[in-house]
Design a protein around this ligand. Sequence first.
Ligand SMILES: Cc1cc2nc3c(=O)[nH]c(=O)nc-3n(C[C@H](O)[C@H](O)[C@H](O)COP(=O)(O)OP(=O)(O)OC[C@H]3O[C@@H](n4cnc5c(N)ncnc54)[C@H](O)[C@@H]3O)c2cc1C
Length: 587
Amino acid sequence: MSRILSRRDLDFLLYEWLDVEALTARERFAEHSRETFDAFLDLSALIAERDFAPHNRRNDLEEPSFDGERVHIIPEVAAALAAFNESGLISAAMDEELGGTQLPLVVARACFLWFQAANIGTSSYPMLTMANAHLLATHGTPEQIETYVKPMLAGRFTGTMCLSEPQAGSSLSDVLTRAVPAGDGTEPTRGGKPMPNREYRVTGSKMWISGGDHELSETIVHLVLARVAGAASGVKGLSLFIVPKHLVGPDGTVGARNGVALAGLNHKMGYRGTTNAVLSFEDATGYLVGAEGNGLAYMFLMMNEARIGVGAGAVALGYTGYLHALDYARERRQGRPVGAKDPAAPPAPIVDHPDVRRMLLASKAYVEGGLALVLFAAKLLDEPSAENDLLLDVLTPIVKAWPSQWCRLADDHAIQIHGGYGYTREYPVEQFYRDNRLNSIHEGTDGIQALDLLGRKVVMRDGAGLALLLSRVRETAAAAPADLGEPVLAAADRLARTTAKLWAGGDATVALANATAYLDAAGHLVIAWLWLSQLAAAGDKSGDFYEGKRLAARYFITHELPRTGPLFDLLDSRDTLLVDLQDAWLG
Ligand SMILES: Cc1cc2nc3c(=O)[nH]c(=O)nc-3n(C[C@H](O)[C@H](O)[C@H](O)COP(=O)(O)OP(=O)(O)OC[C@H]3O[C@@H](n4cnc5c(N)ncnc54)[C@H](O)[C@@H]3O)c2cc1C
């Protein structure tokens, strides 16, 4: 059995639960079938095992370094990326006109999980490149698509997202990077066709840029948020620019360096295989994407995709941690069952001890629940409709933050299950934990996701998103066995009541004072719902796999969902302790 990911679980979720084969009835996916889905999944598992997993450790121990001129990265990374690019996976979900195969996003997401679980550091380069290409394919001009998207999908260029600055992380309204128009509005032309002048000069400093510098590709396509001179303050004044590391000529050749310099690499706790750069833009040539002032709106396409990607990364790391812990617990012998009388009897495998089982079962419920959430969200993108878009909107902060917290706990349990060995660098689980620690921070911290959920998503359009989510939850819970359905129905009612109570009076400071508790409760309710839904898909099918699904569903509802009670109590009290405390009292 692979210790990277469970193909059996993916097959269950994709085919038995989400019925992704039914997507092939849609025109966009008409060329696909279970056979093509399986071929992509098989290929992903193969390349992940063969080219990504083996250098995961080395990538961590020998992290990228900068000698003042060049970035050095172990050679296995370029080889793995070449294998990924050659496989066609990089463009698999894209339109046929762009050389893609229009693979449903849910299947593409499942495929990519193999790479994230095998080697999160190396997999970040294609993840960012794919999201960048998708944004530009949606909002770029035909020329921009020709010049940047196609080479990215051909594996020649890689992409980044440059939002953060030293002083502007959670608050992008404080972005200072500025852009000034470069020309007189008449040039340049491409293929004889006049192009509105999109050329600007971009100056500023960007912080934390993943994949921000390296020599893994011919050039790097930075997507940079900047403020055009004279634009409004706040996020409304932000525009989006393509700022390539090298200038790319009209015939597509990569030319001289642009005004983008690597000021240094950050040295991280985990995710070390991905370079993380401080970039300095000095009169760099940039090309406006879309219209001025719409930068953040365009970027949200990439950010929302990246948020699902971050949730998926957290699931992948938690899942592989769980599988490693499970293997270890079956092999490691220590202690004897409570009640065993004979000290000379052979020690038991630790998987027999209830406390180890507690951690294993909790981890299984988190990672399989998180995987279900991520795939469910990805499938909503494949079936766009007013309702599905709304549901995805309300779920996105949970998709990002819930796995970041709870699938990381699976990695924490994996260390605990390994005992002292888990705390050493001789075993891989400590790296999974360190890698997973990032997911609560980037793409909007979990705290920011909580504010987004409670401050925007559940109140937008008069609460239509929350009402839709709760109607889906209730539908599933009403059809479930009463002992498991009723607690979920009760929690759904509480979420509705608590939300109304929090916003009664309309004081945002009071309502949002415990936003994280709200996200925790809503997240656990959503996962409980998806466990009931998986339970329904398992039906009364027999075998260990389905027994495991039924047990994990029961565990989640009976052991985990009750955590929401005290959270709802706290929220209902409209407690303002965290608002009222004075900084000086903290010591
Ligand atoms: C390894 C790594 C990779 C990254 N990759 C990229 C990338 O490729 N591109 C990119 O643009 N950025 C990237 N980032 C940046 C990342 O998105 C930011 O670090 C993140 O948004 C937080 O910003 P900050 O670090 O400035 O923290 P701050 O915004 O200073 O936050 C510090 C703490 O304060 C809290 N906080 C801040 N504001 C509020 C508020 N209004 N209400 C409540 N709590 C608040 C936060 O939740 C957090 O706990 C990356 C970061 C890391 C560490």
